[in-house]
Design a protein around this ligand. Structure first.
Ligand SMILES: Nc1ncnc2c1ncn2[C@@H]1O[C@H](COP(=O)(O)OP(=O)(O)OP(=O)(O)O)[C@@H](O)[C@H]1O
Length: 257
């Protein structure tokens, strides 16, 4: 298995001897190239789980391993993209995309070539000399995507990356990430609390619930890509997810006999 989360728990202990269980005994197996969405309400441990996989944090019990090796710290093989883009305001688009390549000690000429290639990939060549403040939110997130992909990581970890975008821009960014995923064959773990976003993007959806944060169930999304957000099959899966969260009483059966 490529990514393996085994009985991972994360507890926070307080001075008064109280504790919060941010994540309780989570088990998850992810294959290379899969697109997984972690879906659930605020406080169910989505970011905690993502941070354990990223290596920003460690489980209090259990473990996360990637390619058979226990994750103990962050790595260039896994890049996280956040909601707030994380761009440096004093650097233009080109130099923001070059950032991760600098950390990898890639020579200047090669850096520029790779950065330009990825800026082109996200459709921002005309803006390569612009600064983040001169770009819309969607464009800034494209820059963040180009920067992450330029480093050529195996895994992209995305923590509500489109949370700050309006509904239309959000849908075009969903199209974009799906295209990039297909083209670059990355493994993506994507945190969201938007049910339709999860149904549009995921190979399978990890449904999480809070107090303590845990996995409630997993829903496979066997729909061909590119998915039709208004199709009957799409609505069927969406309804299944609604039912998991208790937002719909009954689920239509898949077949009538
Ligand atoms: N540093 C911390 N100290 C104490 N408790 C924490 C800490 N970080 C997270 N928690 C708690 O762990 C639980 C899970 O938090 P987490 O941020 O993983 O949830 P989430 O599902 O990502 O929420 P959101 O959608 O609001 O970002 C919450 O109850 C939170 O209060």
């Amino acid at each position: 298995m490529f990514i393996s989360v085994s009985d991972a728990s994360r507890e926070y202990f307080f001075k008064d001897k109280g504790k919060t269980t941010a994540l309780h005994k989570v088990n998850l197996e992810i294959e290379k190239g899969e697109f997984i969405c972690l879906l659930g309400p605020s406080g169910c441990g989505k970011s905690t789980l993502l941070n354990l996989i990223a290596g920003f944090d460690k489980p209090t019990s259990g473990q996360v391993s990637i390619n058979g090796e226990v994750v103990l710290k962050p790595s260039e093989d896994r890049i996280t993209i956040f909601q707030n883009y994380g761009l440096l305001p004093w650097r233009n688009v080109l130099r923001n995309v070059e950032l991760g390549l600098e950390a990898k000690k890639i020579p200047k000429k090669e850096r520029r070539r790779i950065a330009e290639e990825y800026i082109e990939l996200v459709g921002l060549s005309a803006y390569k000399n612009h600064y983040p403040a001169q770009l819309s939110g969607g464009m800034q997130q494209r820059v963040a995507l180009a920067r992450a992909l330029a480093v050529d990581p195996d895994i992209l970890l995305m923590d509500e990356p489109f949370g700050a975008l309006d509904a239309m821009t959000r849908m075009s960014m969903q199209d974009e990430i799906e295209r990039l995923w297909q083209e670059k064959k990355k493994t993506i773990i994507f945190v969201t609390h938007d049910i339709e976003e999860a149904v549009f993007l995921a190979d399978w959806i990890v449904i999480m619930t809070p107090s303590p944060g845990r996995i409630k169930s997993i829903i496979k999304v066997p729909l061909a890509r590119k998915r039709d957000r208004t199709g009957v099959d799409f609505f069927k899966i969406r309804d299944k997810v609604f039912a998991e969260f208790g937002l719909k009483d009954t689920v239509e059966p898949d077949y009538y006999l």
